[in-house]
Every structure is written in C-alpha cells, then in structure tokens.
Design a protein around this ligand. Structure first.
Ligand SMILES: Cc1cc2nc3c(=O)[nH]c(=O)nc-3n(C[C@H](O)[C@H](O)[C@H](O)COP(=O)(O)O)c2cc1C
Length: 152
C-alpha cells in the first residue's frame, strides 16, 4: 500500500510533522507532498492519503493549502474510491475557529465523495500533547484500518 502524506502549512509545523510521520511509517512506501503541489487529478485509488494541515487567519486553511482548496472548488473532482484521514493542527487560543483548517479539508474531501478513515484529530498548540504523540498512534490506526481495503 502506498501512503501519501499531504501537508498544508504556514510556518512549517505541519511539514515537520508530515516528515516525522513518514519516518515513523518507514516499513511502508511513503511520500510527503505539500498541498500546494497537489493537483486533485493526481488522487489515486489504492493510495492512502494522510492529510496534515494547520489553521490560519480567521479559521482558514494555511497558505500552502489554499491553491488546493481553489483547485478542488474549480475542478469538482469525483474522489469516490479515494481513502483519506485528517490530522488538524491548531491552537485553542483561537476558540471560535479552533482547528477549522482540518475541518475544511475534511469537508472538501468528503464533498468530492472520498472516504474518511478514523476520526479527525485536533492537535492544540496550547495543550499538553506533542503533535507526534497524537499523530503516530493516529497514523498507525488509520494504516491498520486501510490495509484490508487498500493492500494490493
Ligand atoms: C496568525 C495566526 C493565526 C492562527 N489562526 C488559527 C485559527 O484560527 N485556529 C486555530 O485553531 N489555530 C490557529 N493558529 C494556530 C496554528 O494553526 C498552529 O500554531 C499550527 O501549529 C501552525 O502550524 P504550521 O506552522 O504548519 O502552519 C494561528 C496561528 C497564527 C500565528
């Protein structure tokens, strides 16, 4: 099973976490891609997509994920048969818009017909947990859930 880790970032936290997840899943075939370089036409059934994104502005996607949001809206792709999971990074200091970036990605993917595995995680930069302490068990659980459906 191929695992594509996509990240949306403004100041690099999501990128670092995406790289750490790839290193943690090193017995799998992984790739790490900035959402700014992801064309919705590139989604492939048989690949598991782990999407890590932060939240910026007034509850918006971070700069590197904005082109992807625009492309998804413009292309309206049919992503049925695509499996994904979402790890959101935010800060509860922004209580009105806490983790809206991950929520937005979930909406975009589900709106295109993709299937979400596991529950969306909401990391809190003001909380006690290190992002990787939540992300590694999340990634392992999603991979285990995906294996029966996606293992070739
Ligand atoms: C200017 C600014 C705006 C932010 N807005 C939000 C927000 O609306 N909601 C939220 O949950 N987190 C918000 N955050 C927190 C970031 O999402 C969080 O720090 C994250 O770890 C940054 O990851 P990145 O470096 O990958 O972009 C904001 C941070 C900054 C600096």
């Amino acid at each position: 099973m191929q695992i594509a880790i996509l990240y949306g970032t403004e100041t690099g936290n999501a990128e670092m976490l995406a790289e750490d997840i790839a290193a943690h899943l090193d017995d799998h075939d992984t790739s790490v891609t900035n959402l700014s370089d992801m064309d919705p036409a590139d989604f492939t059934a048989g690949t598991l997509y782990l999407i890590v994104t932060s939240t910026y502005g007034d509850g918006e996607l971070p700069a590197s994920a904005k082109p992807f949001e625009e492309a998804m809206q413009a292309a309206g792709p049919d992503l049925s048969g695509i499996h994904f999971a979402v790890f959101g990074m935010g800060d509860s200091e922004y209580e009105e818009t806490f983790n809206f970036g991950g929520k937005r990605i979930e909406e975009l993917m589900k709106g295109a017909g993709a299937t979400m595995l596991g529950a969306r995680v909401t990391h809190d930069a003001s909380g006690a947990d290190m992002a990787e302490d939540l992300a590694f068990p999340w990634a392992e659980a999603v991979v285990a859930e995906a294996e029966p459906a996606l293992a070739a």
